[in-house]
Design a protein around this ligand. Structure first.
Ligand SMILES: *Cc1c(COP(=O)(O)O)cnc(C)c1O
Length: 412
């Protein structure tokens, strides 16, 4: 006897997080498995944005920097993100994009270790992380060293030249989780700093940056945090480094007294110095409202459900797709797997397009990976069942071979 849809419906009925789905607007007829790329719209966002646009901007005009608290938004939104990553509120700030925050943090890390010039990372890191490292190397004479992805290979590459070990916690393609505590400790033992990109972790995987020894971190606002397209990102700096930290994009919002209009830069105290220019207020407000979806959510339960959804997906793939060309390309052990599972298939792009045409939305990562994200806040166990059922249908009928499914779009 295989896994039945009734069994999955039973899991939903017993799911303590099931009611959180009602905090989102999810289009009818769609199973959304791409919340690790762009989270869906939370119900709290549109009314809050309307108020911000019409009242705070429309009526309040420039007075709203003070009266509506716009000026505090980067710190206020950070207070909501801090518990999701295991940081204190005054160790996080919301600003810019993940790419820009990585630039600021990596440059700051190199300044904290002036006798060292190597940024150590893995070649399979998310491309923007690598490109930002390469840009910094170009600018500063630092060197990017690639190792891994196994922890042992990374540790072996940690020598006295390494200023910072910079990794993404959950790999965007495979979903593999790096052991943050072990690797941060190894970096420290080698005299280096540890910088973690949490883009594919926060909001789906339990994080404790403080206990796990992260010195610096950054992450994305529009994936599991559901802040909307291009939502601002966040940066974390452990309190022990904040006073010495100098980031190179020293704009006026990072000044100790932005409205003194002084000639010379003087960094603000604490995380405020990570700011550069004027914050994107409307985008911050959208992210702030979206984060209400995490109110009262037990993060350990969230993680357990994420693992369970992934395990169910893999079990169903094993059961129903064993005689197809599809292979599981993510760790089978949920302990080292984020809330996502990738399947490989030589024609993965076309298969995913055919699946999307059926209303099951995942994405594709070259060369051959179909990626399925399992955001535990709004996905149901029956969605997993229906997804694998749809995938089996797409493959069995050769539906994916239709020419319209092979035409590449700009964003995959
Ligand atoms: C999504 C993601 C980013 C995105 O960076 P942007 O500057 O927002 O485009 C960066 N790093 C990782 C690991 C990501 O998953």
């Amino acid at each position: 006897m295989g896994i039945t849809r009734e069994h999955c419906a039973g899991l939903d009925a017993a799911d303590a997080l099931a009611s959180a789905r009602d905090r989102f607007i999810l289009p009818a007829g769609v199973i959304y498995l791409d919340g690790n790329s762009l989270g869906p719209l939370a119900k709290s966002v549109a009314p809050r944005l309307r108020q911000a646009v019409e009242q705070e901007w429309g009526d309040g005009l420039i007075r709203s920097w003070n009266d509506a608290g716009w000026i505090d938004a980067p710190r206020r939104v950070a207070r909501r993100i801090a518990p999701l990553i295991g940081a204190d509120a005054d160790e996080v700030i919301v600003a810019d994009s993940t790419s820009v925050n990585l630039f600021k943090l990596l440059a700051a890390a190199l300044r904290l270790k002036p006798a060292r010039r190597v940024i150590l990372t893995e070649a399979d890191n998310f491309p923007t992380d690598l490109y930002i490292m390469q840009g910094i190397a170009d600018l500063s004479g630092a060197e990017v060293r690639y190792a891994g992805p196994e922890p042992g290979a990374l540790m072996a590459a940690l020598d006295g030249d390494v200023a910072v070990l910079a990794l993404t916690h959950v790999n965007y393609k495979s979903g593999l989780i790096h052991p943050m505590r072990e690797l941060s400790a190894a970096a420290h033992a080698a005299g280096a700093l540890a910088l973690w990109d949490l883009s594919h972790s926060a909001g789906s995987v339990e994080l404790d940056v403080a206990q796990d020894g992260a010195d610096l971190a950054a992450g994305c606002g529009y994936k599991y945090l559901n802040g909307g397209p291009g939502a601002p990102a966040y940066a974390y700096v452990a309190k022990r480094h904040q006073a010495q930290l100098r980031q190179p994009l020293s704009g006026w919002f990072g000044h100790a007294q932005p409205f003194a209009f002084a000639r010379d830069f003087e960094p603000a105290a604490g995380m405020q110095r990570m700011l550069s220019g004027t914050p994107p207020v409307l985008a911050l407000i959208a992210l702030e409202a979206a984060l209400e979806a995490f109110d009262g959510i037990d993060l350990a339960a969230l993680r357990r459900k994420g693992r369970a959804l992934g395990d169910l997906f893999i079990a169903l793939v094993d059961e129903k797709l064993a005689d197809t060309a599809v292979r599981v390309a993510s760790p089978r052990d949920a302990v080292v797997r984020g809330s996502q599972v990738s399947l490989s298939h030589a024609q993965g792009y076309a298969v995913m397009q055919a699946l999307i045409a059926r209303g099951v939305i995942g994405d594709f990562r070259a060369p051959d990976l179909m990626r399925f994200g399992f955001a535990p806040l709004y996905l149901r166990y029956v969605d997993i069942f229906d997804t694998v059922d749809a995938l089996a249908g797409v493959l069995a009928g050769g539906e994916w071979m239709r020419p319209e499914f092979s035409a590449r779009k700009a964003a995959t």
